[in-house]
Write a protein that binds this ligand. Structure first.
Ligand SMILES: [Zn+2]
Ligand SMILES: [Zn+2]
Length: 165
C-alpha cells in the first residue's frame, strides 16, 4: 500500500541573525520506517529530495538497500524570526511480522523518529557548516555557528510526524 507521511518542523531564529548566516534546510532527511524487505520495524531510512528511492540502513544481518520511498514535497516557509518546513514522504508499506522484535509492522512505525538537516554560511570565517535536529532531544535545543559561535536557531518542539494516507 502506498502511504504518505507529513513531517513538520519549526525553528526560531534570533532577530539579529536575520540573513547573516544564510541558514537553510538541506533537502534530505532520515525517517524510521517499518521495512518489509528487511522484515524489520523501525529502520532508519535516508531520503534525498529528487531521488526516486530512499536507502534503508544496514545492520549486522542486512546490508543497506534501496527502499521504495521518496520525498514527494519539501516546502519551506519563513517569516521574520521563524523558519518552518513541511515535507511529505511517500513509501510503499506491506504488512509483516518482525520476528526479532516479535511485533507486527504498522503503516507509521510505532515510535516514529526523524532527523532533519540544516546548513549555513559563516560570513566571519568564510566557510559553510551544518547541523541536524531530531526527534529525541531534550528541548529547547539551541544551535550556534561552529566557526564564530553566533546563535543560529532554537528548536522548541520536536518535529511533527503524521500519517496522511
Ligand atoms: Zn530494509
Ligand atoms: Zn559564524
Amino acid at each position: 500500500m502506498l502511504r504518505s507521511v507529513e513531517i513538520t518542523a519549526e525553528l526560531t531564529n534570533p532577530p539579529r541573525d536575520e540573513g547573516s548566516h544564510n541558514l537553510h534546510w538541506q533537502k534530505k532527511l532520515e525517517l524510521s520506517l517499518d521495512c518489509f524487505i528487511c522484515g524489520r520495524t523501525g529502520r532508519t531510512t535516508a531520503f534525498e529530495y529528487g531521488q526516486e528511492h530512499a536507502l534503508c540502513s544496514a545492520d549486522d544481518e542486512h546490508p543497506p538497500h534501496p527502499a521504495a520511498a521518496r520525498i514527494a514535497a519539501f516546502d519551506v516557509t519563513g517569516e521574520r524570526h521563524r523558519t518552518a518546513l513541511r515535507a511529505v514522504v511517500d513509501y510503499w508499506w506491506a504488512p509483516f511480522h518482525d520476528v526479532k522484535r516479535d511485533r507486527a509492522s504498522t503503516a507509521l512505525t510505532r515510535a516514529p523518529w526523524v532527523r532533519l538537516f540544516l546548513g549555513y554560511y559563516c560570513p566571519q570565517a568564510g566557510e559553510s557548516g551544518g547541523f541536524s535536529m531530531q526527534t529525541n532531544m531534550v528541548r529547547p535545543v539551541r544551535d550556534s555557528c561552529g566557526h564564530c559561535a553566533h546563535p543560529l536557531a532554537t528548536s522548541e518542539q520536536a518535529p511533527g510526524i503524521r500519517l496522511l494516507t
